[in-house]
Each structure stands twice: as C-alpha cells, then as structure tokens.
Ligand binder design. Structure first.
Ligand code: NAP
Length: 290
C-alpha cells in the first residue's frame, strides 16, 4: 500500500445529503489507497477565497451546485480548464498538482460509459437522439454526441424553448455540421424515430412533475431510454420504457461512472477497478429504500 494519504472532497452550497463521500470512501478502499473525502460547504461569496487558499491543500475535489460554472470561469481565466471542461463550460472535478488547479468534467464520461456498453459493436449506425433538458448535464451530453459519438441527429427540448435554442447554438460551435435542432412542441415530432431518448431534467423527482406524456406514451421497443434522475431510481419514464420494451439506463449508472471517472483523474487508478465498489454503495442505498 502506498504511503500517500489522498485528500479529496466536494464543494457546494448548501451541501445536502450527498452519496459522494460514501462512494469515494469505497473507491479508496477498493484501490488500496489511504485517504479521506470530506464535504466542504462553501458559500458563493467565499468561493474565490476558498479556491485560492484551501483548494491547493487538497489532491482533488468534486464541484457541485451552485459552483460548477463559477469554478469553470475562475479556472478558464487561469488556463486551468481541460478541453472537455471547456467544451461543456462547467467543471465538476478539480485535480491539484503542485498547488495548481486543473478543472475537468467527468459528467461527459459518466454519461457515455453506460451508454457505450449498450451499443452493439456490430451496429455502427449513428444514433438519432432526443435530449430533454438544456442545463449543465444536458451540455455535457450534447458535447458527447457532437464530439465522441457523432450523432446522426439531435433534437433538444426544454421547458424553456430559448434554453434549447441556446444549447443547439453552443453545440454547433463544437461541431459545425452537427445536425441539431431545438424542439418547441414535443407533439410535433415523431418520438418513435429516435434511437436514444435522454431525460436530463429533474422531471421524475418528487415535486418536479413528470416527463411529458408526448414522450412516455410514444416509446417503442428497442429504443434506449436513459434517465439521469436517480432519486427515485425507477421513475415514471423508466417504468413506461420498460413496459414498452425499451432498453433502460437509470441515473445511478451515470452517478457511479462519473464518480469513478473523477477518481481516475485524481489517482490514475482505472475507473473500472473502483466502479463495482461505487456501484455497490448505490445498490445498497437503493435497496435500503425499497
Ligand atoms: P440544471 O442545470 O438546473 O438544468 C435543468 C434543466 O431541466 C433545464 O433545461 C431546465 O429548464 C429543466 N427543468 C428544471 N426543472 C424542471 C422541471 N420541474 N420540469 C421540467 N424541466 C425542468 O440541472 P442539471 O445539472 O442539468 O441536472 C438535471 C438533472 O440531471 C437533475 O435532476 C440532476 O440531479 C440530474 N443529474 C444526474 C446526474 C447523474 O450522475 N445521474 C448527473 C448530473 C445531473 P429551463 O431551461 O426552463 O430552466
């Protein structure tokens, strides 16, 4: 066992109940490393001071709401954001090397890893994607479909049409020929034709409403339905997708994969080595709830 003691953590405000400390404690153990993963509640007005004085003392940390964009801007102005974080415009993982902070975004890899597993290696057809939501997570997903998976078509719908239009514009900056469009009315599109449908809104969580019926009532066998929501794990969308014979990916898979990707960024331990331990923490958490 190496003698290094890894100082890891998460910043956000307020820091409610987060599964990250348990997930990363399990990852440290699975990797045979010594260390800690602590919660750092940092108010927006204290963020710069914390980044300047406290962050350099750590080896790495996650960034959660509401700091993802502010940390990106702070790091980008110091040439401290990697290409993935720059393509998304947000940072959820920071590595610290000799006191220098580098911003990353493991949501893109966390989203992509479970989806990649579902793609048959024999089926090299590019996907048609319907993306619900246009916030931070949707930006990471749009970057995956424009830069990594090169979707054949991407339709973006959000509660606020202007948000969807803005995301489409940003996506076209990443890949000029990206066939992306904003959807105003879900009833006006053919939901059945999409290969992958992603919910990147909080719809499905308590008090956040549900994914519109225009989607859930028109799912068909064979589609991949990917819900980022993980509380609850089985949302109305996932239940409707199972009933329609779709392949489903629940939000806990992305949660574990983005955590394992962050852990690899900090420690260089391959994500695959710690993923089962992180996934087990989530499985135990959801089993205790049901
Ligand atoms: P965000 O930046 O706040 O964006 C939220 C998006 O959803 C926006 O497009 C917003 O529309 C829309 N929206 C907000 N509340 C809504 C509601 N009640 N009904 C319908 N649409 C609504 O949030 P985010 O960081 O992208 O996260 C989105 C969801 O993904 C959250 O539930 C989060 O927990 C989940 N997530 C999961 C993972 C994972 O690892 N599984 C990772 C990241 C995020 P407007 O344009 O109108 O504001």
């Amino acid at each position: 066992m190496s003698s290094k003691f890894w100082k890891l953590g998460i910043i956000g405000w307020p820091l409610g109940y987060s599964l990250s400390p348990k997930m990363h404690a399990a990852a440290l153990k699975a990797a045979g490393l010594q260390g800690e993963y602590k919660e750092y509640p940092v108010k927006p007005e204290d963020l710069e001071r914390w980044l300047e004085t406290e962050a350099p003392k750590l080896d790495g940390f996650n960034v959660t709401m509401p700091h993802k964009e502010a940390v990106f801007r702070w790091l980008a102005s110091r040439e401290g954001a990697d290409p993935v974080a720059r393509s998304i415009g947000a940072v959820n993982t920071v590595s610290v090397k000799d006191g220098k902070l580098i911003g990353h975004n493991s949501d893109a890899e966390g989203f992509w890893a479970p989806l990649k597993k579902r793609r048959s290696p024999f089926l090299l057809v590019k996907w048609r994607v319907l993306l619900l939501g246009a916030g931070g997570a949707a930006r990471a997903i749009a970057s995956v479909f424009s830069l990594r998976a090169a979707a054949r078509e991407m339709a973006v719908w959000s509660r606020t049409f202007q948000s969807a239009e803005r995301l489409v514009e940003e996506t076209k900056k990443l890949r000029k020929e990206m066939p992306a469009s904003a959807v105003k009315d879900l009833n006006s599109i053919q939901v059945e034709k999409f290969d992958v449908i992603v919910n990147a809104t909080p719809s499905g969580m308590a008090n956040e409403g549900e994914v519109p019926m225009a989607v859930t009532s028109r799912l068909r066998r064979g589609q991949v339905v990917y819900d980022l929501v993980y509380e609850p794990k089985e949302t109305e969308l996932i239940l409707a997708a199972q009933k329609a014979g779709c392949k489903v990916i629940t939000g806990d898979e992305m949660l574990a994969a983005q955590g394992a990707a962050a852990f690899e960024i900090w420690t260089k331990v391959p994500a695959a080595k710690v993923l089962p331990a992180m996934k087990k923490v989530l499985d135990d958490h959801f089993a205790a709830r049901s």
